[in-house]
Design a protein around this ligand. Structure first.
Ligand code: ARG
Length: 261
């Protein structure tokens, strides 16, 4: 009996793997349109987040507008932020769009489109925190614990600064998502979280007892990344993006999700 169950399970597994790989290998969608797969990490409001089962947000809408312009069918895939660049490099995904900051280091691995938005790395602390600025965190004798999302620029900058100041990297905890980092702050496991300003605002609004420090840590540009081997797609997407920026569509989408204070 056990043997039969094992065989049935094995067949089921092979079948599901075959179905899955069949899907990902296919370029054309059911509608006959060419597919445009976008890798993201959907815990980054207002750029990408879940509403029910659906991933919505600025990046999702800008990507949809690009796909419409190119007559392609957009497919959004939610993966770990840390895996986006590698997935794009190997061609598993056509592009990465995740409120992703353009950095010189990333440019060694992938190509970027024009920038479509800006971000600021900000610092979230508890309302009663003694931390007033990044200098308090970087002070030689301070031992504040900092939470970040793994491999984000917040992680990279604070790790570099800790290194420069001769501070122990053990004080930095890298979480898989921004949500996890903020939950750790709310429960007192870390003393500060470094994260992009717009997600910071969403998290602080959703969690009581937290605030964003007034001081800005670093300002940066967001863009879409592509494999260096796929300049044809990059050029097509970039041309569509340029038009959508020029005719005000991108700004309209941003304004829908980010209301000026
Ligand atoms: N802008 C930061 C970076 O590029 C954070 C992006 C995180 N994005 C996300 N969808 N979780 O490193």
């Amino acid at each position: 009996m056990k043997k039969i169950v094992a065989i049935v399970l094995a067949i089921a597994m092979i079948a599901s793997v075959a179905v899955l790989s069949g899907c990902s290998g296919e370029k054309k969608s059911e509608s006959g349109k060419e597919k445009l797969t976008m890798a993201t990490n959907a815990y980054f409001p207002p750029y990408e987040y879940y509403e029910g089962e659906e991933i919505i947000g600025i990046d999702a809408e800008v990507a949809q507008a690009i796909a419409d312009k190119l007559d392609m069918e957009l497919e959004i895939v939610d993966i770990e932020f840390d895996s986006i660049i590698a997935g794009v490099q190997t061609g598993k995904y056509d592009m990465g769009m995740a409120g992703m900051t353009v950095t010189d280091e990333r440019k060694q691995s992938v190509d970027f489109s024009d920038s479509y938005a800006t971000g600021i790395q900000s610092i979230i602390v508890t309302e009663d925190s003694p931390i007033k600025s990044i200098d308090d965190i970087l002070a030689k004798d301070a031992d504040y614990k900092v939470g970040v999302q793994l491999s984000t620029t917040g992680d990279i900058y604070i790790s570099d600064d800790f290194d420069k100041e001769g501070k122990s990297a053990d004080l930095i905890t890298e979480f898989q998502t921004g949500n996890d980092a903020v939950a750790a702050l709310a429960s007192g496991k870390v003393d500060a979280v470094i994260i992009d300003n717009e997600p910071a605002k969403s998290y602080v609004a959703a969690t009581s007892g937290l605030k964003i420090l007034d001081t800005e840590y670093v300002t940066e540009d967001y863009a879409i990344c592509f494999s260096k081997d796929n300049t044809e797609l990059k050029d097509k997407v970039n041309a569509a993006l340029k038009e959508l920026i020029a005719d005000g569509t991108v700004q309209k989408i941003i304004d829908k999700y980010i209301t000026a204070e």
